[in-house]
Design a protein around this ligand. Sequence first.
Ligand SMILES: NC(=O)c1ccc[n+]([C@@H]2O[C@H](COP(=O)([O-])OP(=O)(O)OC[C@H]3O[C@@H](n4cnc5c(N)ncnc54)[C@H](OP(=O)(O)O)[C@@H]3O)[C@@H](O)[C@H]2O)c1
Length: 275
Amino acid sequence: MTNAAGPHGRRALVTGAGSGMGAAIARRMAQAGYQVFATVRNAQRAGQLAADNPSIRYLVLELTDESQIAAVASQLEADGGLDVLVNNAGYGVFGAIEEVDEEVALRQFAVNVLGPLALTRRLLPGLRARRGHVIWVGSLAGRMALPFQGHYSASKAAIASISDAMRMELAPCGVRVTCVEPSDFATGFTGSRSVSRCPSSVYAQALDRCLVEVEKQERGAPDPEWVARVVQAIAEHVDPPVRRPVGANARTMGLLLGLVPSRWAERMIRRHYRL
Ligand SMILES: NC(=O)c1ccc[n+]([C@@H]2O[C@H](COP(=O)([O-])OP(=O)(O)OC[C@H]3O[C@@H](n4cnc5c(N)ncnc54)[C@H](OP(=O)(O)O)[C@@H]3O)[C@@H](O)[C@H]2O)c1
C-alpha cells in the first residue's frame, strides 16, 4: 500500500462497501477526491470491485474476526492514518425476543456493535493525530424499538450511545463524531436479513405480517445514493450534526419521536404493523 491520498489529501475508510449504502458512500467519496479504502468480506469480491472502481482500495474485513480487524487497522495506521472512518457495515436480525437464540443475538451485536467498536478503537490514535471524523451508520430503528427487530434496534441504539459518548470524549482533540440514522433504503439489507422463527411459533401470524410490511417498505424505498450524499456533506462539515436522520420523512420522524409521549409512538408503530 502506498501513502497516496486523494487530491484534497483526505483519506477515508468505509466498511461494508460491497453493496448498498457502503458501496454508494465509497464511490461518492472517491469521486469527491478522497483516497478511499473500502472493506468487503470476500477476497474475490474485493478483486471484482477493484477492477470496476480502480480509484478505491478494497480490503478484506469480516467484523467478527479480531485478526482481520487488527490487520486492516495496522495497515491503515502504518500508511499514515485516516481522516474519516465510516462505520457502515451491518445487518438485521428479525424475530421475536423469545425466539431469537443466543448465538443469533450475539452475532447481531458482534457485527453491528463490537466489531466496529474494536476497529474504531484501533484507528483512534491516527484519527486523533489527523483531527479526523468518525461517522457511524445507525438507524432510525435505534431511536424507537421496532417489534420483531428488538436486537437490531438495540444494536443501533448502542451505536448511537457510543457515538454520543465518543463525541464528548474526543471534542478536546478536535475529532468529530456523528451518527447517521437512515430510515428505509433499497439495498442488500432486505436479502441478508437473518430471520428467526420457531416452527410452532405463537407469534407466527404477527411475525409474518410484520415481515411482509417491512420488506415491502424496504423494496420500495429510495436509492442509497441519498445516504452517500449526506455522509459526504457531513464528512466535510466543520461543525457536523450530532445525529442525522436521513430518508423519506426521516427528519420529521426523528423530531416526532423526541416530542410525542412514548406510548403514543408505540401505538402508532403497533397500528402500522397491525399488532
Ligand atoms: N437499508 C436500510 O433500510 C437501512 C436502514 C437503516 C440503517 N441501515 C444500516 O445501513 C448499513 C448498511 O446497510 P445496507 O442497507 O447498505 O445493506 P447491505 O447492502 O446489506 O450492506 C451491508 C454491508 O455490510 C457488510 N457486512 C455484513 N455483515 C458483515 C460482517 N460480519 N463483517 C463485515 N461486513 C459485514 C456487508 O458485506 P458483504 O458485502 O461482504 O456481504 C455489506 O457490504 C447497515 O449498518 C444497516 O444496518 C440500513
